[in-house]
Design a protein around this ligand. Structure first.
Ligand code: ASP
Length: 438
């Protein structure tokens, strides 16, 4: 059994719905479809979810919303008309409009985006539509009650061999609609796949999988055919905009493979993610992907023998905790401790933090650098292979790129280098040229 989640761009217009149908008809194992709200077909369009949040704000502040509502109605009506569907979109919105007022619940209003996508998609496929409020049990903090949800999904799947379900929302035990976090349809897909112990969770989007490097930096970057959940975690932690950690947890735990596919190129195999990959000895390179982020700051606390002073280290860390500063990297010398954080986060508390470090931690000196970019080179094949970092550093050395920070990630599957922001793009290009475009 395959669970297929389609993102907003895969539902942006009637033509995209046709592609979904072709994908579903091609493989009878594709039995459950999870849909997002209608997304953008062109860059200048807005996502329906964004418009619905905006509509709610208009209601709340008593601003005229008719133009906005018309745009939403128009987007769904054109799909319904172009596909010759019976569902009466206008009537749906007329009814909704008669209930709208400043007290209308935001989550209920925004969930309409996903719900209508599911209604239209279900009619188009000739499948039943299951409302997520009857299947996905939410906790009040916006997470999913997996146990209760699994039971409901399993019962529904016995009753309906195929169905369409809206993503992104569910209901609290008292029946009230509750949204997940943005991008939550990915979570719905993964929960449904886990509840039914599916063979594959297919996540259909508008790119042919995860790229080996940001295509805005490396033109024609290749997609990654296969990677492990561990590698995915390293890539996303350091900037790759793939799926949120939370949205893969359920499938990852059950070792259900996740396949990222392109609705606009349905036969492209995309990227397959699993816990273990049987190594193909033909695989040439040892790098799966390169990712990174700009704008980090490094705060270095100098104190003689700090390496032998757990108390000072603890005090320093406590201050970072106090100011809610997530530490991305930490390195310790005999007389210094360097902490790397996102510059944006630090900006807000910088002066208070520095004052506290000087007053409360009995340190000798404090230095600070911003303008640092971190680049993570990820690859399960780097593990136990001597010489990888040597090659990496010499490639950068040849290009006269100065490495300001070095760290090795967990399980030896990533190496992180810090360079100046201005060297960010050239570092990624150099590493790609050297290790991937072999
Ligand atoms: N439509 C929602 C959003 O834009 C959820 C999703 O697309 O996954 O965040």
């Amino acid at each position: 059994m395959k669970i297929c989640k389609f993102g907003g761009s895969s539902l942006a217009n009637a033509n995209q719905f046709e592609k979904i149908k072709a994908i579903i008809n091609e493989d009878s194992d594709r039995r459950i479809v999870v849909v997002s709200a209608v997304g953008k077909s062109i860059q200048t369009q807005n996502k329906i979810t964004d418009l619905l949040y905006l509509l709610h704000a208009h209601l709340l502040y008593g601003v005229d919303y008719q133009v906005l509502l018309n745009e939403i109605i128009e987007r769904y009506t054109s799909i319904q008309k172009d596909l010759n569907l019976n569902f009466d979109v206008r009537n749906f919105f007329n009814q909704l409009k008669s209930q709208l007022n400043a007290k209308y619940e935001r989550d209920k209003l925004v969930s309409v985006g996903e719900k209508l996508s599911a209604i239209l998609c279900a009619e188009y496929l000739g499948w039943p539509m299951i409302d997520a409020k009857d299947a996905i049990v939410m906790n009040s903090d916006g997470t999913v009650d997996f146990k209760m949800t699994s039971q409901k999904i399993q019962t529904l799947a016995q009753q309906y061999p195929r169905f369409v379900i809206p993503g992104f929302y569910g209901a609290l035990p008292n029946g009230r609609i509750k949204l997940m976090k943005r991008g939550g349809s990915d979570i719905t897909g993964s929960i449904v796949a886990a509840a039914l112990n599916a063979d594959i969770y297919e996540n259909w989007t508008d790119v042919s999988g995860i790229m080996m490097a940001d295509p805005r930096i490396v033109a024609n970057a290749k997609p990654i055919p296969e990677l492990t959940y561990g590698e995915l975690r390293e890539l996303t932690f350091m900037g790759a905009s793939v799926l949120h950690e939370e949205s893969i947890q359920a499938v990852k735990h059950l070792n259900i493979p996740l396949n990222i596919r392109n609705t606009n190129d349905m036969h492209h195999p995309g990227t397959m993610i699993r816990n273990d990959i049987e190594e193909d000895i033909q695989v040439k390179g040892f790098i799966t992907g390169i990712t990174g982020l700009k704008d980090f700051a490094v705060v270095t606390v100098h104190k003689e023998q700090i390496a032998r002073s757990p108390l000072v280290i603890r005090q320093v860390l406590e201050l970072f905790e106090y100011y809610d500063l997530l530490i991305d990297h930490m390195s310790k010398g005999i007389d210094s401790l360097s902490l790397t954080v996102k510059a944006e986060l630090l900006k807000e508390h910088q002066f208070d933090l520095f004052a506290d470090l000087k007053q409360k931690c009995d340190i000798d000196k404090l230095t600070f650098e911003d303008d640092l970019a971190l680049i993570s080179v990820v690859g399960r094949n780097m593990k136990d292979k001597p010489g990888v970092s040597g090659q990496l550093f010499s490639a950068l050395g040849e290009k006269k790129i100065n490495i300001r920070l070095i760290a090795q990630g967990t399980d030896e599957i990533s190496i992180i280098v810090g360079v100046s922001n201005s060297d960010y793009e050239s570092t990624i290009k150099t590493l790609y040229e050297r290790f991937i475009r072999l």
